[in-house]
Design a protein around this ligand. Structure first.
Ligand SMILES: NC(=O)c1ccc[n+]([C@@H]2O[C@H](COP(=O)([O-])OP(=O)(O)OC[C@H]3O[C@@H](n4cnc5c(N)ncnc54)[C@H](OP(=O)(O)O)[C@@H]3O)[C@@H](O)[C@H]2O)c1
Length: 247
C-alpha cells in the first residue's frame, strides 16, 4: 500500500487530505498536537475504509528534535513513506511594529522554522529510501510581500516554497520528487470562513484540487486552479497600492 505522512492533520486541509488519500488507497501517518482529533479522524477513516492502516502521533513542529524522531518512528511503523506533506501552520500574525512580535514570532517559528525541521526530516527519510515525494503547503500569499496581519505569514510561506524548490534542484533527475502547493482561500479553522463564495472554496473542493496536484506530482500548483491560477498572476504583477487594496 502507498503511504503518506501528513502534519497538521487534526483539522482543516490536513484532516481532509487524510480522508481523501485514504479513499485513494493510502495508509496514513498523521500528526499534530491535538491527538484526540487525530484519534477521532483515525476511527472515521478506518470505519469508511477498513483495510487502511492509520498511525497517529502527537507532534509539536516547534519541538525540532521531536520532528526528526516522530518522522522516523512513523516511517518504521509503516515500513516506508512514499509521501510527506509539510502542512502544519498557523496564521496568527499582526502588522509589523504594532507590539505583537510574539504573534509574528510564533508564526515564523511554526510556519518557517518548523517547516524547515519537517523538510530536513523528510529529506533524510527520502535520501535513505532513495525515493519519495515531498509536498510543501505554501500559500497564494507567498507570491508577494503582503500588508497587515499576513506580512509575516506571507514571508514564511515564500520561505517554505524556496526551501522546497532548492531541495527539488538537489534531487532533480532522481526518484525523489517535490511539489509546492499555493492554496487560495479554503474553508478551515485558520481561514475561519463559513461562507463559501467563488473566492473561498469549500474544504472538500479545495483539498480535492490539492490532492489532484499532488497525485500528478506537479512541481507547483495554485489551487483550486479557478480562480487562483489567474488571480495568482494578478497578485504577482499588480502595483503594491493595488495589492494593498486587494488584501
Ligand atoms: N485555509 C486556507 O485558506 C489556506 C490557504 C493557504 C495556505 N494554507 C495553509 O494550509 C495549512 C493548513 O492550514 P488550515 O487552513 O487547514 O488551518 P487549520 O484548520 O487551522 O489547521 C492547521 C493545522 O496545523 C496544526 N498545527 C498548528 N501549529 C502546530 C504546531 N506547532 N505543531 C504541530 N501542528 C501544528 C494544527 O494542529 P494542532 O493545533 O492540533 O497541533 C492543525 O492541524 C497551513 O500551513 C496553512 O498556512 C491554508
Amino acid at each position: 500500500m502507498p503511504t503518506i505522512l501528513i502534519t497538521g492533520a487534526s483539522s482543516g486541509l490536513g484532516a481532509e487530505m487524510a480522508r481523501q488519500f485514504a479513499a485513494l488507497g493510502y495508509d496514513l501517518a498523521l500528526c499534530a498536537r491535538r491527538t484526540d482529533r487525530l484519534e477521532a479522524l483515525a476511527v472515521q477513516v478506518t470505519t469508511a475504509h477498513p483495510d487502511r492502516r492509520v498511525v497517529v502521533k502527537a507532534l509539536d513542529v516547534t519541538d525540532h528534535d521531536a520532528v526528526f524522531r516522530v518522522f522516523r518512528e512513523l516511517r518504521d511503523e509503516l515500513g516506508h513513506l512514499d509521501r510527506i506533506v509539510v502542512n502544519a501552520g498557523v496564521g496568527k500574525g499582526r502588522p509589523l511594529g504594532t507590539g505583537r512580535f510574539d504573534a509574528n514570532l510564533e508564526t515564523a517559528m511554526t510556519n518557517f522554522v518548523g517547516a524547515l525541521a519537517q523538510t530536513e526530516a523528510a529529506a533524510e527519510v527520502f535520501r535513505a529510501q532513495g525515493t519519495g515525494h515531498l509536498v510543501v503547503v505554501s500559500s497564494v500569499s507567498a507570491l508577494r510581500g503582503m500588508p497587515g496581519n499576513i506580512t509575516t505569514y506571507a514571508a514564511t510561506k515564500a520561505g517554505v516554497a524556496h526551501l522546497a524548490e532548492g531541495f527539488r534542484a538537489d534531487v532533480l533527475g532522481t526518484p525523489i520528487k517535490v511539489t509546492v502547493l499555493y492554496p487560495g482561500y479554503i474553508v478551515s479553522e485558520m481561514s475561519a470562513t463559513s461562507k463559501v463564495t467563488p473566492l473561498v472554496a469549500s474544504t472538500e473542493r479545495g483539498v480535492r484540487a490539492m490532492v489532484e496536484a499532488i497525485e500528478k506530482e506537479k512541481a507547483s500548483a495554485r489551487v483550486p486552479a479557478w480562480p487562483w491560477a489567474p488571480l495568482g498572476f494578478v497578485v504577482k504583477h499588480v502595483p503594491v497600492g493595488v495589492l494593498r487594496r486587494m488584501s
